[in-house]
Design a protein around this ligand. Structure first.
Ligand code: ADP
Ligand code: MG
Length: 163
């Protein structure tokens, strides 16, 4: 599924729509350059999962946990990951596919492919505030149709309809 977001607010709403369909054990892998909107999207997901605290960009910590509605949201930002030991201590292995939802920025740094997962790739588009957002659901099985509908019902225009 590919969407075109024209503002940070639309990206947040798309994240919220995805987050509403997530449950414990799910992971969201967020790909895209610096400033692409990964954190904006992640905040939308977290909000839908009941996180009330402001979700900062973790500058020096690779992972920050947040209390959501009956689950924990683990926000990973692996941009500054330096060595495999640090990855281990970030709790990535421990917290993906387990007792909460993992939102992972720069997942390629950690080489993880948990299931079920949503892969979200954000790219700058023609205008300053435009982004294409491609979402792929893997291992979501029976939930995939409902998630697709929720995403399509949200403010972002589909950039390209799937057949
Ligand atoms: N369509 C859009 N979607 C997401 N962010 C946008 C959009 N247009 C402008 N922005 C801005 O781009 C920046 C994205 O920042 P952030 O989410 O922290 O990026 P990342 O986490 O990918 O490095 C924010 O300042 C946001 O306001
Ligand atoms: Mg970020």
């Amino acid at each position: 599924m590919k969407f075109l977001s024209r503002s940070a607010d639309q990206t947040h709403k798309l994240g919220y729509a995805l987050g509403s369909a997530l449950k414990s054990g799910d992971s969201v892998l967020l790909y895209g350059d610096l400033g692409a909107g990964k954190s904006v999207f992640a905040r939308g997901c977290a909000k839908a999962l009941g996180v009330q605290r402001e979700m900062a960009s973790p500058t020096f910590t690779l992972m920050q946990p947040y209390e959501g509605d009956g689950l924990t949201v683990y926000h990973f930002d692996l941009y500054r990951l330096s060595d495999p030991d640090a990855l281990y201590f970030s709790g990535l292995e421990e917290h993906i596919g387990s007792d909460g939802v993992a939102l992972i920025e720069w997942p390629q740094q950690g080489e993880v492919s948990p299931e079920p997962r949503a892969e979200v790739e954000l790219r700058r588009a023609e205008d300053f505030d435009s982004r294409t957002i491609e979402i792929t659901l893997i291992g979501m099985n029976d939930r995939a149709d409902a998630i697709r509908r929720a995403l399509e019902a949200c403010a972002c225009a589909p950039a390209e309809k799937e057949p």
